[in-house]
Design a protein around this ligand. Structure first.
Ligand code: HEC
Length: 316
């Protein structure tokens, strides 16, 4: 009975450890190749914490199990009777599972046997024991030796892993690419004068994302308006058309509660969100706000552009 319980317990523990190990592996595979990826991931610690709780639970269950079994059949866990040196039979505490693991890991010598390993020097009554290195420490040391072997093969012989220099160069290349991208964006140099309406579904979708994140709180997700005006109707306070919308979004109307977005969004992003706003023209929001401003007629876009831009500036 005792054996069965122990086997079951051991299998449980092994399972837990392997679950933990695979969880780490998958995380590593998904994330960047550098090891700190999983260490930076909160999930790792969550899993670790859950494993701890599970181990604690299993330990408690194990104890309850032992209690139950000793109640049912007292002999199962009877404490061994041992003979001490002076011939008195005494009841030694049966070593517990954890106690045994502990002894294995530390390799500690029982107090009764300490005189066998006592060194023969004595400094004012301070004596020294010749203990072995604790096995857990030695195993750790062997593990590093084994690890170094795999490391050597992986990083220096087969080149599967990337060395620092390689990683550095790779990151520099990525950064250079990002810089190029940025330069290209600013090279596009989008302003309210040359901005064009985007029609590509992907770009409008990006605009929608920006809108939902930054604008929906005041203009409602469907553009119907809340604190800010309705953006789906034909009436505009600061002029309609992509150029005016771009301008209003860029500089804002701070005095009226519409902030300037130029410090938070790039010109490209403002173009995207403005295009999305303009693409909502004529849609039917759930709770449209009353019309505000003047009716915008696309045909007078060219001439009215100058007027309304003047309006926007005076309102600023
Ligand atoms: C804090 C609330 C708030 C947020 C957030 C906000 N707006 Fe506004 N918005 C307003 C208000 C208020 C006005 C009206 C200004 C006025 O009365 O002149 C306005 C006006 C506008 C106008 C001009 C409407 C017209 O009739 O001419 C546009 C276009 C606009 N917002 C787009 C956006 C976009 C795009 C975003 C997100 C990037 C955004 N707004 C975020 C409050 C907000």
């Amino acid at each position: 009975m005792k054996h069965i319980i122990k086997t079951i317990n051991a299998v449980f523990l092994l399972n837990l450890i392997s679950i933990y190990a695979t969880a780490q592996e998958t995380q590593e595979a998904v994330k960047a190749p550098q090891p700190p990826a999983w260490a930076m991931d909160g999930n790792t610690y969550l899993i670790g914490f859950l494993v701890l709780i599970l181990v604690a639970t299993i330990t408690v269950l194990y104890k309850i199990n032992v209690k139950l079994i000793t109640t049912i059949s007292p002999k199962a866990f009877a404490k061994p009777r041992i003979q001490t040196e002076d011939g008195v039979e005494s009841e030694e505490k049966a070593p517990t599972l954890l106690g045994k693991i502990y002894d294995r890991l530390t390799g500690s010598v029982p107090v009764s046997k300490e005189k066998d390993i006592m060194l023969d020097h004595d400094y004012d009554g301070i004596k020294e024991l010749d203990n072995d290195l604790p096995p857990w420490w030695k195993w750790g040391f062997y593990a590093t030796i084994i690890f170094s072997f795999f490391y050597l093969i992986g990083y220096h012989v087969t080149g599967t892993g990337k060395l620092q220099l390689e990683e550095y160069n790779e990151e520099m290349a990525i950064a250079a690419k990002a810089k190029e991208e940025r330069m290209k964006n600013s090279a596009e140099n989008i302003t309210e004068d040359n901005v064009t309406m985007l029609t590509d579904a992907g770009e409008l979708n990006k605009g929608k994302e920006i809108y939902i994140k930054n604008c929906a709180a005041c203009h409602a997700a469907d553009g119907g308006g809340m604190v800010g005006p309705n953006l789906t109707d034909e009436y505009w306070l600061h002029g309609g058309g992509i150029k005016n919308v771009f301008k209003t979004v860029t500089y804002g109307v701070p005095a009226k509660g519409m902030i300037s977005w130029q410090s938070q969004l790039s010109p490209k992003q403002i173009q995207e969100v403005s295009s999305f706003v303009w693409s909502m023209q004529g849609t039917k929001p759930a709770a449209p706000k009353e019309k505000e401003g003047e009716k915008w007629v696309e045909s007078n876009a060219a001439s009215a552009n100058a007027d309304s831009s003047a309006t926007a500036q005076t309102k600023e």
